[in-house]
Design a protein around this ligand. Structure first.
Ligand code: SF4
Ligand code: MG
Length: 326
């Protein structure tokens, strides 16, 4: 309700990992307490880098990240480490995140051992509680990672992430490696845990279908920039940016007939060869002269929608409904 009380703000500038490759190029985001913000875009759009910078796993070259309205402490410092316990990250590959030589329970309780939380009996009890909260039994906890299914492994990773009672989770493609039927179960688990624990989540995925299920707001990234941001239901119902429209048209809402599909032509985004002007212009059917020279900024067009496209300035953005009907 009062989203302003606690906010997570991020401003980043150029991020130069190799030469001048800008994975993330001036992203500003507010993640509000208790919400799930979906971050969507094709691979190479800078979603993961953004997530890592939000957690301070990578430092931005310029710009800053704040958590609870306080600047993130310097990466690696003691203050950062205690901050990090409140923020956890879940990745796509649970097998890679787990140690094959250790039982699930031992890995779930590892944070208690590292941070010396509680005595042995309470650590064991809390481990069982955590396993139960993600739908794993005590006996499943006694198994090794390879003895569980992919979905069960991801549940174990989630249990471990919750051990330090974080406020904030960054989930980077957490269900992309799972079967579609299992995806829904893990998404539902995350939705339940979020409501129960009051978690704030940044949910990163290239899959609109998944983002649609879990997000309250959605940010769409293209080549390191946010091109559209808004309430998830509204954004999926009436996407404004030409890129968002193409993505949404390729992934219609369940049960809804696909409106005319907008096919994206041209090369997929490559951060090492960012086109001048609007980076999307080589693939945009609405592109005009200005798009080739001038990069559009993210403009708030209504209180819950921001769009970066020159069509907005020009006041000529065609109504989504008319395009859908065309
Ligand atoms: Fe298309 Fe131009 Fe808008 Fe970019 S700024 S999305 S090229 S119309
Ligand atoms: Mg990624």
């Amino acid at each position: 309700v009062d989203a302003i009380v606690r906010s997570y703000r991020m401003r980043t500038g150029m991020f130069g990992r190799v030469t001048d490759l800008r994975a993330v190029d001036g992203v500003s985001l507010d993640i509000r307490r208790g919400e799930t913000l979906g971050l969507v875009g094709e691979s190479g759009s800078g979603k993961s880098t953004t997530g890592r910078m939000v957690l301070g796993l990578e430092a931005p070259d310029s710009g800053s990240v704040a958590f609870d309205q306080a600047a993130m402490p310097t990466t690696g410092s003691p203050a950062w480490r205690s901050q990090r316990a409140r923020m956890q990250m879940i990745f796509q590959d649970p097998l890679g995140a787990l140690d094959r030589r250790w039982t699930i329970a031992r890995q779930v309780r590892e944070p208690f051992d590292i941070h010396a939380i509680g005595d042995d009996a309470s650590r064991a009890a809390r481990t069982d509680e955590l396993l139960l909260s993600v739908g794993l039994s005590h006996d499943q906890g006694l198994r090794y990672p390879h003895e569980l299914s992919g979905g069960q492994r991801q549940r174990a990773v989630i249990a471990r992430a919750l051990a330090t009672r974080p406020d904030f989770l960054v989930c980077d493609e957490p269900v992309s490696a799972l079967d579609v039927s299992i995806q829904a179960q893990v998404i539902n688990l995350l939705i339940d845990l979020q409501a129960e624990l009051g978690l704030t989540m940044l949910f990163i995925s290239h899959d609109l279908r998944v983002v649609r299920q879990i997000s309250r707001r959605v940010a769409v990234m293209y080549l390191g920039r946010i091109v559209e941001l808004g309430d998830a239901d509204h954004l999926f119902a009436a996407p404004q940016h030409p890129y968002t429209r193409a993505l949404v048209s390729a992934s219609p809402a369940p049960g809804r007939r696909s409106t005319e599909r907008i096919v994206l032509t041209g090369d997929p985004p490559n951060p090492a060869a960012r086109p001048a002007g609007c980076a999307f212009h080589p693939r945009c059917s609405h592109a005009f002269a200005r798009c080739r020279v001038e990069s559009p900024t993210l403009v708030e067009i209504t209180p819950d929608r921001s769009v970066a496209c020159h069509l907005i300035d020009a006041g000529t953005v065609p109504a989504a409904a008319s395009e859908a009907a065309a």
